[in-house]
Each structure stands twice: as structure tokens, then as C-alpha cells.
Design a protein around this ligand. Structure first.
Ligand SMILES: [Zn+2]
Ligand SMILES: [Zn+2]
Length: 259
């Protein structure tokens, strides 16, 4: 904290005291010496700086693909793509990004972190690690598995379902498009008795807000809103631009069209 603000207690009017927070966070706590009231505050533009830095790192690693004709998992077409696999292969970057997410939730007494398999497993491990480092309390790192048959719905296997019951849960996802996956993981977490306090994401491509996911809070490290179109309205299809088969679902799309 470079400058500790003067804040009066909203309950009793006493000058509140600074009660700390990690030095790389822009959230800090104030406590009232009179009545013990605590409040959380936000300072500065660190989130914006972090977002710029995370985007720059992702671009430098080649994880932000633009100017291509991409088919997304949703079936829609677009010109840009965020390749999370590239991020996941750089462990120091995963750790840094996950710390930035952990910092946005460290005040919320997170007891369990849940993410969808496969990539999300790395996220839940690293975010739980950093939460524990910041708060000194253990946060369990769990993952939701895809139903073996549908591969679309998620479930919490065995013990995982029980570990969540009655706990404060943070749900994570790497890339939010429509938000369907995150919503499903929120759903299974609630179904197991967890209190979902929010969703944290590496990259928000869908301009999603917390209420779209029906959660109290959504924090995304990178905002990368991308235009997408139904195939019938896709300007790149109209221009006859070749579909990229390296990223997204382009290869499957072309195989389906020829077969
Ligand atoms: Zn007070
Ligand atoms: Zn197209």
C-alpha cells in the first residue's frame, strides 16, 4: 500500500485502521477499532494493469490468434481465438495468471476451488495454491468430470461431492464463451451443497457478466470479446476464406461437411 486511505466506520464513525492484504492485491481490509466492523476496499487500477500484462503475455506466446476463419465449439464462426493449450504449457505463466485470479477472491474465505476437466485441473491446483499462500488457510482443489457418455454434462466423483457440502466454493474456467461449462460446474457444485461465491476465468470472450452465470461475482483476467456469427451469416464463409483446422473445431466441421 503506497497510501492508506482515511475511511470512517459506517457503523460508529471511528477512523478505521488498515488491516492488510497481499502487497500485489488491490483489495485491502480496514477494521474499526471502535466496533470491530471490517470492510474490504479496492484501490487503484492494478486489475487493468494485470489485464494488459496478461493479454500481452498471451499474445507474445502466440495464444491469441486473429485474422483466421475459426469454427468455435459452439458451432459459430469467427476470426479470433484464444488457445488455452499454449498458456497451459507454460507453468510460470499459469502460476502468475492463477495468482492474479486468487488475489481477486482471497477476501471471500474460499474453502474449495472447482474447475472442469481437463485444462481446468491446472487452474484449480494453482489458484488453490495461491489462495493458501495468501490467506494461510487450505483451499481444496477439485475438478468436475465430464459424464462418460454425454461428454457434455459434468459431475463430481465420489468423495469430491461430499467435500463441497456447506463450503464456500470458487468455480474456475479457462475460457468463457457462452459460459455453459462454467454454469454446469456451478450447478453441480450447488447440487452438492456448495455455496458458490463466484466464478474466476482466464479469458472472457463472451462479454459475460456475473448474472449471466447466476453467481454473485465474476472475475476475468483477460477480456477478449470476439465477434462470432452463425455459419449462415459468416462473412468469411461468404468470401470463401479457408477454415482454420489447427485451432478450434475447424477440422471436425470440415469432416462433417464432407461426410
Ligand atoms: Zn465502528
Ligand atoms: Zn464461416
Amino acid at each position: 500500500m503506497s497510501e492508506i486511505p482515511k475511511i470512517k466506520c459506517p457503523r460508529c464513525g471511528t477512523d478505521m485502521h488498515y488491516a492488510g492484504g497481499p502487497s500485489d492485491s488491490n483489495l485491502f481490509t480496514m477494521v474499526c477499532p471502535g466496533c470491530g466492523h471490517q470492510s474490504t476496499h479496492y484501490c487503484g487500477s492494478k486489475y487493468e494493469q494485470e489485464q494488459e500484462r496478461a493479454l500481452k503475455i498471451s499474445e507474445n506466446l502466440g495464444a491469441v490468434i486473429s485474422g483466421e476463419h475459426i469454427v468455435y465449439t459452439s458451432g459459430k464462426h469467427g476470426s479470433t481465438y484464444f488457445e488455452k493449450r499454449i498458456i497451459y504449457s507454460h507453468v510460470a505463466v499459469v502460476s502468475e495468471f492463477c495468482r492474479a485470479i486468487a488475489i481477486r477472491f482471497w477476501m471471500k474465505n474460499i474453502q474449495v476451488v472447482v474447475a472442469p476437466e481437463v485444462g481446468g485441473i491446472a487452474l484449480s491446483q494453482w489458484v488453490a495454491h495461491h489462495l493458501q499462500e495468501i490467506t494461510g488457510y487450505e483451499a481444496l482443489a477439485l475438478f468436475a468430470e465430464k459424464q462418460p457418455l454425454s461428454r457434455k454434462e459434468f459431475f463430481l466423483r465420489g468423495e469430491y461431492g461430499r467435500l463441497i457440502d456447506g463450503k464456500n466454493v470458487l468455480v474456475l474456467d479457462d475460457v468463457l464463451n457462452t459460459g455453459e461449462t462454467a454454469k454446469k460446474v456451478v450447478g453441480v457444485s450447488r447440487g452438492a451443497g456448495g455455496k458458490v461465491v463466484g466464478v474466476g476465468a482466464l479469458c472472457n470472450r463472451g462479454r459475460l457478466l456475473a448474472h449471466d452465470l447466476d453467481v454473485p461475482c465474476l472475475e476475468s483476467l483477460i477480456y477478449l470479446p470476439m465477434d462470432s456469427w452463425d455459419e449462415a451469416d459468416c462473412p468469411l464463409c461468404k468470401e470463401g476464406v479457408a477454415i482454420n483446422t489447427e485451432f478450434g473445431k475447424g477440422a471436425e466441421f470440415l469432416a462433417g461437411r464432407s461426410g
